[in-house]
Ligand binder design. Sequence first.
Ligand SMILES: O=P(O)(O)OC[C@H]1O[C@H](OP(=O)(O)OP(=O)(O)O)[C@H](O)[C@@H]1O
Ligand code: HPA
Length: 179
Amino acid sequence: MHPHMKEILLDEQQIKERVLQLGQQITRDYQGQNILMVGILKGAMIFLADLVRNIDVPTSFDFMAVSSYGAGAVSSGAVRILKDLDKSIDGRHVIIVEDIVDTGLTLQYLVENMKARGPASLKICTLLDKPSRRKVDVPVDYNGFSIPDEFVVGYGLDYNERYRNLPYIAVLKPEIYRS
Ligand SMILES: O=P(O)(O)OC[C@H]1O[C@H](OP(=O)(O)OP(=O)(O)O)[C@H](O)[C@@H]1O
Ligand code: HPA
């Protein structure tokens, strides 16, 4: 385990099995349709890459990058688009793919923003959910794992842009987080 980690919350095998289940569930739910997966950069990139390889209906993907104005790990609710979608989502069956839902503020903004673009349907898929941190209600359709209120990194999730490449999801040592 990386020396900056306190404990591994979800190991590679647990993540792999759950991502397979989510892909199978999405495959069942979207029979006969084409999906557009919208990955929210950068955190969702690794999850999306693994998820789409477990989906067996025609799937394309696009990406959005957003930034909250809050500093560090704290979400403020104000969201700015850093990179918009490449193409129209009008009439498409869209699934927003996130790595984590925390306060829900990022997703609340994204859902409103994307609904206004006229998709045929819009669902949310997240690898992790921290329900105890929620400030606004967001309708999560596919959730990998509900986790306790601890700051986690790995498998796409970062602290100050580090640790995204860890193959597992771990709790960062508090002394690293505070320093
Ligand atoms: O529910 P919320 O409180 O809004 O928090 C969740 C958001 O925060 C993280 O993104 P971050 O801004 O850290 O960007 P990143 O994906 O590039 O790491 C995560 O990827 C979600 O988009
Ligand atoms: O626990 C977390 N880890 C990384 N990024 C995050 N964004 C919200 N919560 C988290």
